[in-house]
Ligand binder design. Structure first.
Ligand code: KG4
Ligand code: ZN
Length: 358
């Protein structure tokens, strides 16, 4: 029997301080030996969003304890670990450096391999923790900072098919929650409020729905929510209906754009068999999951969602990406630095800012 690789993963790119120990298993997936996530919700709640300096300080305060807890729970000693993976970008540099520096220090001290992980690759490969999925697959990555359709050809090989030209989807959820005073974190509170509203009450715009391939845009929708929110004068029922109408509009946009992305994937890969992985924090939204499941039945493809605990930021997905890169000998030196911007497909056109032609 070959030795199964065990990795320690560390994640501090935004507002979750996380550490995890995982081990490969015979099924080609992972045994999660520990997965500790300390959310900073209470720290950022009063500001309605993440405050970088506060987040970095909270990471610094918590990281030692979180790593220790992950090791204790896993019952694996540092000596038995085959390598360390830490998120190196994209994200807030002040936050990233906390986890990255401690990861590098542990690796240097123990003389173990080190992998600097792209947070987006962590999300992209996250369903592999529980399900063996063959490459290539189509990925819809929807998080607080990114919204993209990508072909995942292999570890470290990505082709972007479409991206948001303005706000990320998670950001649109967070801003909607703020405008409607639904509380932080925004995504789950909009989802909850939507259940109490009429999703067809407000007619909201679906930006670039009939153009620009599977690129996405949410800024116009956000502005429309702001406009309508000013008219509802604290009426709870209307507030819930506005949240529900926003979520329903998102679902209509994702339905149409995913259909386009599926066709693009089929053409590029020359296949009729499509696995669609939906990952990132927003993939926890049940109405979005159901909506894309409905589409999958209609046009015939398979949807794969990570378990809810692996949708939001976590270190198990970072350890998993670390193991995959380690197996391909994609290791990093100890002088690797944090990057605020780090696209998965370095050749993809930059889709933001003035002068953009769609
Ligand atoms: O992947 P993630 O945890 O962090 C980033 O990499 O950005 O994603 C966080 C985003 C936030 O914008 C949050 O509001 C959103 O995911 N989110 C949701 C839900 N749960 C988290 N959005 C919609 N519905 C949810 N249930
Ligand atoms: Zn994330």
């Amino acid at each position: 029997m070959t030795k199964k690789i065990t990795f320690l993963g560390i994640e501090t790119s935004c507002d979750e301080t996380a550490a995890s120990v995982i081990r490969e298993n015979d099924k080609g997936t992972a045994d999660i030996l520990s997965n500790i996530v300390s959310s900073q919700i209470s720290e950022h709640k009063k500001f309605g969003g993440v405050v970088p300096e506060l987040a970095a300080r909270a990471h610094l305060e918590n990281i030692d304890y979180i790593i220790k807890a992950a090791l204790n729970e896993s019952k694996v000693s540092l000596k038995e670990i085959d390598g360390i993976a830490a998120t190196a970008g994209p994200g807030l540099i002040v936050c990233l450096t906390v986890g990255l520096n401690i990861g590098k220090s542990i690796a240097a001290f123990l003389n173990k391999p080190f992998v600097a992980v792209n947070h987006l690759e962590g999300h992209a490969l996250s369903p592999g923790l529980e399900n063996y999925i063959k490459f290539p697959y189509l990925l819809l990555l929807i998080s607080g900072g990114h919204s993209q359709f990508l072909i995942v050809k292999d570890v470290n090989q990505y082709e972007q098919l479409g991206t948001t030209i303005d706000d990320a989807l998670g950001e649109a959820f967070d801003k909607t929650a703020k405008m409607l005073d639904l509380g932080y974190p925004g995504g789950p509170s909009v989802e909850k409020a939507s259940k109490m509203g009429d999703k067809n009450f407000f007619k909201l715009p679906e930006p670039i729905i009939n153009k620009a391939g599977c690129n996405l845009s949410f800024a116009g929708l956000k502005t429309a929510v702001l406009r309508e929110s000013k008219k509802i004068n604290g009426n709870e029922k209307l507030k819930f209906s506005l949240a529900a109408s926003f979520q329903n509009t998102i679902n209509k946009i994702l339905y149409k754009k995913t259909k386009i992305a599926i066709e693009m994937f089929k053409k590029k890969i020359n296949t009729s068999n499509v696995n669609l992985v939906v990952a990132g924090g927003v993939a926890a939204n049940i109405s979005i999951r159901d909506n894309l499941k409905k589409l999958s039945k209609e046009i015939g493809f398979t949807t794969i969602y990570p378990n809810l605990e692996f949708c939001g930021d976590n270190a198990a997905m970072i350890a998993w990406a670390g193991i995959q890169r380690f197996k391909k000998n994609l290791l990093n030196k100890i002088d690797v630095e944090a990057k605020s911007r780090w696209p998965l497909d370095e050749n993809a056109p930059y889709m933001k800012g003035p002068g953009l032609k769609l």
